[in-house]
Design a protein around this ligand. Structure first.
Ligand SMILES: *[C@@H]1O[C@H](CO)[C@@H](O)[C@H](O)[C@H]1NC(C)=O
Length: 328
């Protein structure tokens, strides 16, 4: 009896770990080889908002590796020291005029996003890849900035939306030049829930669960809407799966930090490392065609049918609401 119970637990568990690490398609080596085959005929410009830690860092590092440093790479975030240490590991560019740089921005405030986006626009006429992945994990309740937006939603949705909107003219320039023109938000594609169109921004019905399912749904709708408005450009919302980042360790919620120290070692076999996730997410970015894409952690597009909580009305109202909320 005991053996049976143990077996019935261990077998599925081990096969899951095995599947996760060895049988998943495409394999890490396939993904890496595919990324390494990225040889654009132009010098790419890539901006990683949130590229100073976690998945964004993994993607920026993978991008720098595969382009052999010959790409203009901008890391946008709050931590200059982290950015400088990441950039110091990038291969040194051999193409003249190419730089790797850090730009400071606290994305919780839309006025910061406007300022930084304008500054970037004024000197970077063309952007090939715009990747947004800043994250926060908190179990605290609604916490509004002086602009009236909840901080967590600001980082996961509103600030990203504003960056995309403000930088899109430069992405369009890349498309016009016949180059890659792609925007990717890394959050939780296909893992949203129903949203209340009469309470966009969750001013009345904020809860941890609501906030957790709302940002992914808003992002699903966002990529669909942007793709309709800006044909020819790729708009990807991706689900990176479980990644061993320091997002739990640095949470402002004590319970999350404690749970992290207990569960992190146990979850490690089921998690991607930052490096592996960076390769997989870069693969999803590079392989995406024009239009809206909801990418799984494998880089596959799940399309817009499954677990999609948007429609025409939601698209229109969310756009208006977001434009107003981030207009400042
Ligand atoms: C709200 O966020 C600020 C800035 O991150 C933080 O200092 C403060 O403790 C938070 N307040 C609550 C109630 O969580």
């Amino acid at each position: 009896m005991r053996t049976l119970t143990l077996t019935s637990i261990l077998v599925p568990l081990l096969s899951f770990v095995f599947y996760r690490n060895f049988l998943r398609m495409p394999s890490l080596s396939t993904v890496r080889a595919s990324n390494a085959a990225f040889f654009p005929a132009y010098t790419p410009v890539a901006i990683f908002v949130g590229g100073t830690s976690g998945i964004g860092q993994g993607m920026a590092e993978a991008f720098a590796r595969h382009t052999k440093g010959n790409a203009h790479i901008v890391l946008v975030g709050r931590n200059r020291a982290a950015a400088e240490s990441i950039i110091s590991t990038f291969p040194k560019p051999t193409t003249p005029g190419v730089t790797h740089e850090f730009v400071e921005c606290d994305i919780t405030l839309m006025k910061n996003v406007h300022r930084v986006a304008n500054e970037l626009r004024s000197r970077i006429p063309k952007i090939n890849f715009l990747v947004l992945s800043p994250g926060v994990l908190t179990m605290n309740g609604r916490n509004e900035t002086e602009e009236g937006i909840d901080r967590k939603l600001a980082v996961h949705y509103y600030g990203r939306w504003r960056f995309i909107k403000d930088l899109l003219p430069a992405v369009q320039e890349a498309h016009k030049a016949g180059e890659d023109a792609k925007v990717m938000t890394v959050l939780a594609a296909g893992h949203g829930g129903k949203i209340d169109l009469n309470d966009l921004g969750l001013k009345k019905t904020f809860s941890i669960a609501n906030a957790a399912s709302t940002a992914p749904t808003y992002s699903d709708i966002m990529v669909n809407d942007l793709a309709a408005r800006y044909p020819g450009i790729s708009f990807i919302h991706s689900y990176p799966g479980l990644v061993a980042t320091n997002i739990l360790k640095t949470s402002d919620t004590r319970t999350i930090r404690i749970m992290n120290s207990i569960f992190s070692p146990l979850m490690r076999p089921f998690s991607y490392s930052v490096e592996t996730s960076g390769e997989h997410q870069l693969y999803a970015l590079l392989k995406a065609g024009p239009g809206a894409v909801r990418a799984t952690d494998n880089g596959d597009d799940i399309g817009l049918r499954k677990n999609y909580y948007g429609d025409e009305e939601a698209m229109r109202r969310l756009w208006e609401h977001t434009e107003e909320a981030t207009g400042v």
